[in-house]
Ligand binder design. Structure first.
Ligand code: C2O
Ligand code: CU
Ligand code: CU
Length: 538
C-alpha cells in the first residue's frame, strides 16, 4: 500500500487495508483534533436559558425554526459567528435556542412549530414512542411559513433522547447546520440514580453531543458533499463537543455522568477515556432508551450517528493535575471492502482538498483523535458507590414472534433496504399491532457500516452474528453483544458482513394504522433514500 501524503487517496485507494492507512500520520491544520495541544476552548455547558439551555417543559411550547448565526470557531478576540439554523422558543419568561427539552415521563407534550426557513422542515422526536402523526415523518413536512402542531403523551421511560429535522432530502444539511438538540425524559429511576451519585444536570451530569464539521476560510460552516461524499457520508475535520471545537472541561476527583450523543452526519466514534497511553475504565449506565439494568464497566465503546451512550467516569481515578482525553480510537472503517469503485483510478495522486470525487475532510474515518479534554483539578475526592441495579429491563417475550429479514445492499452507488429506495407514500411491509417481531438486519461484506434506526418503537438487540474482530473483541455479553447493545435501543450499528438480530414489540395504544420509518442514520444515506416505511396495522 502506498503512503498517503494527504487524505484524499484514502477512501477509494484500494481494498480493505484501512487500519494500516489509519495509522499513517497526516497533515496537521488549525484545530486538528489529533493534536492534544489544540484542546484549549472551554466546553460549552448548558445553563437554564439561551443556546442549548435546559428547558423544563410545563405547558405548551411555541417553537420557531429560523436561519440565524452562532459563534463556533475561536476568533482573535471573540468566537466567529457562522450561519446556523436554530429552534427558537420562549418559556417561563426565558429565551432559548435549540433548547435541551426536559420532561417527566407520562406527561403531555404540546408544541407548535413555525417554519421561518426558506425551505421545508419538520421536527422528529428521535426515540420517542408517539403516534405516527406526531413523529415528524417527512410526509408532514411544513412549507416556509407553515405550522405543525404536536400534541402527545411522553410514553418513554427516562432517558436521553433527542430531536432533529426530518425534511426528506434536506435532513443532512439542516441537521448539520444546527437543527438538533436533546430531549431528556425523567422518571423515578433517573432521580434515584441522580440522588445516589449527586448528579446535577449541567454540573456533574453533562449532556455531550459530539459532531464533526468542516469550516471554510472565513470560519463558516461548510456543507458541500460531492458525489462520493453524498454516497458515503459527509465527514468533518473539526470535532465539536457541544459545538465547542477542541473542548476542555475542568473536573474534580469525583464521578461524572456524560450523556453522549453522536449527532454527526456520518462519523462513527470508537470512544475511550485515555490518560497518557493508558485507557481508563468507565461505566455504561444507559443506552438509547434509558438506563440498563446494571452498571457495566468497559474500556471502549463504538458510538454511531443517532446513538446515545450514558456513561459514568470517575475523574478521581487519576491524580489531580492530570488530563483525561475522551478520544476516538483508531478503527477499521470497513468502507472499502469490496472492489474499487468505478472512476476512482489515479486518486492516489490527488491529495487536493475538495477535488471532485475526493473526500474533503482532513480527518479520515477510523483515525485516532481527541474529542474532549477533561482537566482534573484538586478537590475533595468523592468515591461514588454505584447502585447495584439501575432499572428493570424486561426481555421482550419471543414466543410466536414473526421473523423478518432486513437486507441492506448496494446497487448503482446507492444503498438500499430490502432492495428498495425511499418512496414517500409506499409501505414496504406491514406489522400487526401487539405483535412481536424479530428482525435480522444483514449488511453485505461489500459496502460500509450502517447505523439502522427505527421510528416509533424501541427495540432490544438479541444477537450479533459474524461481527468484525474490532466489535467482537469487546462483546462481553452473550450472543456477541457489547455493553452498548444492552437495554432499549432505537439505533444499532450493523457492520459489513454482520447480521444483527433485534426484537420489537408493536404494542401501542394509538387508534388505527400507524406508519413509521426504518432508515440508516448516516444522514447522507437517509437523504439518498436508504429509508423505508413500515405500517403497524391497528
Ligand atoms: Cu434521528 Cu428518522 O431519525
Ligand atoms: Cu428517529
Ligand atoms: Cu447507511
Amino acid at each position: 500500500m502506498f503512503q498517503l501524503a494527504g487524505v484524499a487517496a484514502w477512501m477509494y485507494s484500494g481494498a480493505g487495508h484501512s487500519q494500516e492507512v489509519a495509522a499513517v500520520p497526516f497533515r496537521h491544520y488549525p484545530l486538528d483534533p489529533v493534536d492534544a495541544a489544540n484542546f484549549r476552548q472551554k466546553l460549552f455547558v448548558p445553563s437554564n436559558n439561551g443556546p442549548f439551555g435546559v428547558l423544563d417543559v410545563v405547558g405548551p411550547l411555541k417553537i420557531r425554526v429560523t436561519a440565524a448565526s452562532f459563534p463556533i470557531l475561536p476568533g482573535p478576540k471573540t468566537p466567529i459567528p457562522s450561519p446556523f439554523l436554530l429552534y427558537q422558543t420562549e418559556h417561563a419568561g426565558k429565551a432559548y435556542q435549540n433548547p435541551i427539552l426536559r420532561i417527566e415521563s407520562g406527561s403531555r407534550f404540546t408544541a407548535s412549530l413555525d417554519n421561518a426557513l426558506p425551505e421545508p422542515t419538520i421536527i422528529h422526536w428521535h426515540g420517542l414512542h408517539t403516534p405516527a402523526a406526531m413523529d415528524g415523518h417527512p410526509v408532514n413536512t411544513i412549507a416556509p411559513g407553515g405550522r405543525y402542531e404536536y400534541d402527545f403523551t411522553v410514553r418513554n421511560r427516562g432517558g436521553t433522547y433527542w430531536y432533529h429535522t426530518h425534511a426528506h432530502g434536506l435532513t443532512a444539511k439542516q441537521a448539520y447546520n444546527g437543527l438538533a438538540s436533546f430531549f431528556l425524559v425523567d422518571d423515578d429511576d433517573q432521580r434515584r440514580l441522580a440522588k445516589a451519585l449527586d448528579l446535577r444536570l449541567g454540573v456533574t451530569d453533562l449532556p455531550l453531543v459530539i459532531q464533526d464539521k468542516q469550516f471554510d476560510a472565513q470560519g463558516k460552516l461548510r456543507y458541500q458533499p460531492n458525489a462520493q461524499e453524498s454516497m458515503m457520508g459527509w465527514l468533518g475535520d473539526v470535532v465539536l463537543a457541544n459545538l465547542t471545537p477542541n473542548a476542555v472541561q475542568t473536573v474534580t476527583p469525583r464521578t461524572y455522568r456524560l450523556r453522549l450523543l453522536n449527532g454527526s452526519n456520518a462519523r462513527i466514534y470508537r470512544l475511550a477515556f485515555v490518560t497518557g497511553k493508558k485507557q481508563l475504565k468507565f461505566t455504561v449506565i444507559g443506552t438509547d432508551g434509558g438506563l440498563i439494568e446494571r452498571p457495566e464497566t468497559v474500556a471502549e465503546a463504538f458510538l454511531a450517528p443517532g446513538e446515545r451512550l450514558d456513561v459514568l467516569l470517575d475523574a478521581g481515578q487519576v491524580k489531580p493535575g492530570t488530563d483525561i482525553f475522551l478520544k476516538s480510537l483508531a478503527f477499521d472503517p470497513m468502507e472499502n471492502e469490496g472492489p474499487a469503485m468505478p472512476g476512482m483510478a489515479g486518486m492516489e495522486h490527488g491529495a487536493g482538498h475538495a477535488a471532485p470525487g475526493v473526500a474533503s475532510s482532513r480527518l479520515p474515518l477510523g483515525v485516532e483523535f481527541n474529542v474532549l479534554k477533561l482537566s482534573v483539578t484538586a478537590g475533595e475526592r468523592i468515591v461514588a458507590k454505584l447502585p447495584a441495579t439501575l432499572s428493570k429491563v424486561s426481555a421482550i417475550r419471543l414466543q410466536g414472534a414473526t421473523q423478518r429479514k432486513i437486507e441492506l445492499s448496494l446497487e448503482n452507488m446507492r444503498f438500499l433496504i430490502n432492495g428498495r429506495t425511499f418512496v414517500m407514500d409506499e409501505i414496504a411491509f406491514d406489522a400487526k399491532r401487539g405483535a412481536v417481531e424479530v428482525w435480522s438486519i444483514s449488511n453485505p461484506t461489500l459496502g460500509m457500516p450502517h447505523p439502522m434506526h427505527i421510528h416509533g418503537f424501541s427495540f432490544q438487540v438479541l444477537e450479533r452474528l459474524n461481527s468484525p474482530a474490532q466489535v467482537s473483541s469487546s462483546a462481553r455479553f452473550d450472543k456477541g453483544r457489547t455493553a452498548g447493545d444492552l437495554g432499549w435501543k432505537d439505533t444499532v450499528l450493523v457492520w459489513p458482513g454482520e447480521t444483527v438480530r433485534i426484537a420489537i414489540d408493536f404494542t401501542h395504544d394509538f387508534p388505527g394504522d400507524q406508519t413509521y420509518l426504518l432508515h440508516c442514520h448516516n444522514l447522507e444515506h437517509e437523504d439518498a433514500g436508504m429509508m423505508i416505511n413500515f405500517r403497524v396495522q391497528g
